[in-house]
Design a binder for this molecule. Structure first.
Ligand code: AMP
Ligand code: MG
Length: 425
């Protein structure tokens, strides 16, 4: 498994904190899919990751057909004045006709019906007049129609042999519709990653439990459970672990036999009550990164057996930011998808930062707003605390300030990463 190679390197003890782009670069280079491939019916393919390129086995549409309700005719019969055509057949969708259209003959035709042999153009019914004479029906088609008008050509959507989807794509409704249009009933996708969710800390309680001074409700579990839904994973809740060395070790060992990924929050630092690193050391290989970002800093990557370990910080803001920046692309790649990078665009800052530490990248919770002059600007959530869920709630994106910036003045251009670009709102 390629994920293991991640941990064999020597940058483990780097004194310098790893820069954001370096961390992403390493993860991108070293990780690859671990989920196996399975075949599912199209009904079950939504949001799954495609494991094979898909090529159209036949033309779509299969035959030339009418785009409108109207009258099909031979354009070469047309003259300056339009045309007076004898109706010799009626063709509805699903009922192809083999009656050849002779000169000055037309067919009553409906949307989706196959063009009768010899016809090449369709006039819309709204533009035509019909006329009965001596027991025969005629249609008067006005001039001005181009050859081929209102006729959909065989293969104009996709022609047989064309590649329509690529392996690694996350399947959207319109992608599955495209496969269905070619007649393929099933599709090869990666199995969903099995992810264990673990919260750690003596102080943590689940909502509904009694709480006393010093206790904290486990909000991260719900944060990560929700965030995980943006990746093709199945999560299982392993509950809250006390800060107990033996318990942490036992739980991680058991989980490594059952899950592709163990996603934890808390206990990620080197404090006396932080047991993750030690457990990881004993059970597998740890790779802890001190990242030069705010919020976040300690992020753990590792492997235990064939399972990948992702240890997020305990502070909710740091947990969410680290999930979006690092865990999301990692989960996507392990699940067979692409290394996902958020969409970002430049907007004027609607705030000041008087002094920023150089050499680290900062991510603020932000939202877009129209200022007094009608410009769209990025506003920053006022308070910086890494424990404040309020900022996450009020934000609709992240503001990214690069390492080399030491201050920001209102009006400076800054990168804005909307949550929608991460697949959340
Ligand atoms: P730790 O990473 O364990 O040192 O925790 C850092 C901070 O995050 C502490 O204030 C914890 O109480 C808090 N914290 C840790 N885990 C959670 C959680 N699951 N939900 C809410 N807060 C947490
Ligand atoms: Mg803790």
């Amino acid at each position: 498994m390629t994920a293991k190679r991640l941990l064999d390197d020597c940058f483990l003890h780097d004194k310098d904190r790893l820069k954001h782009h370096e961390a992403l670069g390493i993860l991108k280079d070293r990780l690859s899919a671990i989920a196996e491939v399975e075949t599912v019916r199209l009904e079950d393919a939504l949001e799954r990751i495609l494991a094979e390129d898909v090529t159209a086995p036949r033309d779509v549409p299969l035959a030339d057909n009418s785009a409108v309700d109207g009258y099909a005719f031979r354009h070469s019969d047309f003259d300056e004045a339009g045309g007076f055509f004898r109706l010799n057949q009626r063709v509805a969708a699903g009922h192809a006709s083999d009656i050849v259209l002779g000169p000055w003959a037309a067919a009553r035709i409906f949307t989706g019906a196959v063009m009768p042999p010899g016809s090449d153009t369709v006039a819309m019914q709204e533009d035509c007049e019909t006329h009965a004479q001596d027991g025969e029906n005629f249609v008067i088609i006005p001039q001005g129609l181009k050859a081929g008008a209102n006729c959909r050509k065989a293969g104009e959507d996709v022609s047989a042999g064309t590649s329509i989807l690529k392996a690694g794509q996350r399947l959207r409704p319109q992608d599955i519709a495209a496969v269905a249009s070619t007649g393929k009933p099933d599709i090869s996708v990666y199995r969903k990653l099995r992810v264990a969710l673990v919260s750690t800390g003596d102080e943590l309680r689940r909502p509904g439990d009694l709480i006393t001074v010093g206790d904290v409700y486990d909000s991260n579990h719900f944060l990560l459970r929700g965030l995980s839904a943006i990746a093709p994973v199945e999560t299982e809740d392993l509950g809250i672990l006390k800060d107990d060395k033996a318990l942490v070790e036992r739980t991680l060992r058991d989980a490594s036999h059952r899950f592709d990924v163990i996603l934890t929050t808390g206990g990620a630092s080197r404090g006396e009550e932080d047991h993750m690193l030690e457990a990881l050391d004993r059970l597998g290989q740890q790779h802890m990164w001190q990242l030069a970002i705010k919020p976040g800093r300690p992020m753990m990557f590792g492997t235990i057996g064939s399972s990948v370990f992702l240890g997020l910080p305990g502070n909710p803001v740091a947990a969410m930011v680290c999930f979006l920046l690092y865990a999301r692309p990692v989960l996507s790649v392990l699940a067979g998808g692409h290394f996902l990078q958020p969409q970002s665009f430049q907007v004027p800052a609607g705030f000041d930062i008087a002094k920023k530490k150089p050499d680290r990248r900062e991510f603020y919770r932000g939202y877009l707003e129209t200022d007094d002059e009608g410009r769209q600007v990025a506003r920053k959530f006022m308070r910086d605390g890494s424990g404040l869920i309020t900022g996450l709630r009020e934000a609709d994106g992240l503001i990214e300030i690069p390492e080399d910036a030491t201050q920001i003045k209102a009006g400076d251009m800054v990168a804005y990463l909307p949550f929608s670009g991460f697949g959340i709102r």
